[in-house]
Design a protein around this ligand. Structure first.
Ligand code: PCA
Length: 202
């Protein structure tokens, strides 16, 4: 049975919840044909990456699915690439607000997701979910985490783990005070994440 690590973020930017971890929390661990570990990570530069990388080296997952909120997006975004830059427009949950800051002086300018991103988008669309490949994970904590995990795996990946990042839209309860903002039901996000896990362990 394959091992899957799936991570979501803590709420940030004044939100009460983060749909990434909220949806992950609602996955029935026994319902999927894999050994699933879920983890909530702090919305903090570096701290998030260190925690996930430590967990990878303890759990040895075959598949690593990192998930975060992208409020305002209308699709489940399967990220293609992470870039070597932090450029925050708001502080993280520790008050850090790096500007034009290289994540790793030794790292490549960018790393590509090693998840089957096109297959994931197709399976989501085939099941009626709004989904696309996204060519930018931004320059905030999500991109930082994706970059750091892929950088680590580029150097230290004895188990040939694959990894990538999924951005999810706001969930319905978050948009009551945001007229016109797009949202998905939490249960829809959960089902989409389950499909992504199933496609990634094939
Ligand atoms: N989304 C933010 C960081 C945490 C999260 O859920 C981002 O897109 O960078």
């Amino acid at each position: 049975m394959k091992k899957v690590l799936i991570t979501g973020f803590a709420p940030f930017d004044g939100e009460q919840l983060n749909p990434s971890y909220e949806a992950i929390k609602s996955i029935d661990l026994k319902s999927l044909p894999c050994e699933l570990m879920r983890m909530e990570v702090p919305t903090e530069f570096y701290v998030s990456a260190n925690q996930v990388i430590d967990t990878i080296h303890i759990f040895h997952p075959d598949v690593i699915i990192l998930v975060g909120q992208a409020g305002g997006r209308k699709e489940i975004s399967v990220e293609r690439v992470a870039i070597n830059i932090d450029d925050a427009s708001i502080p993280d949950n520790r008050g850090m607000k790096p500007i034009d800051h290289e994540i790793s002086v030794f790292g490549q300018p960018a790393y590509f997701s090693t998840l089957p991103i096109k297959r994931i988008v197709k399976v989501l669309q085939d099941h009626g979910f709004p989904a696309n490949v996204s060519n930018s994970a931004g320059t905030y904590v999500c991109n930082h985490l994706m970059y750091s995990v892929l950088h680590e795996l580029s150097m230290n990946n004895p188990y040939s783990a694959i990894a990538g990042f999924i951005h999810v839209p706001y969930t319905t309860s978050q948009v009551k005070d945001k007229p016109h903002a797009f949202s998905l039901e939490l249960d829809t996000i959960r089902k989409a994440l389950e499909l992504i896990i199933l496609e990634s362990i094939k």
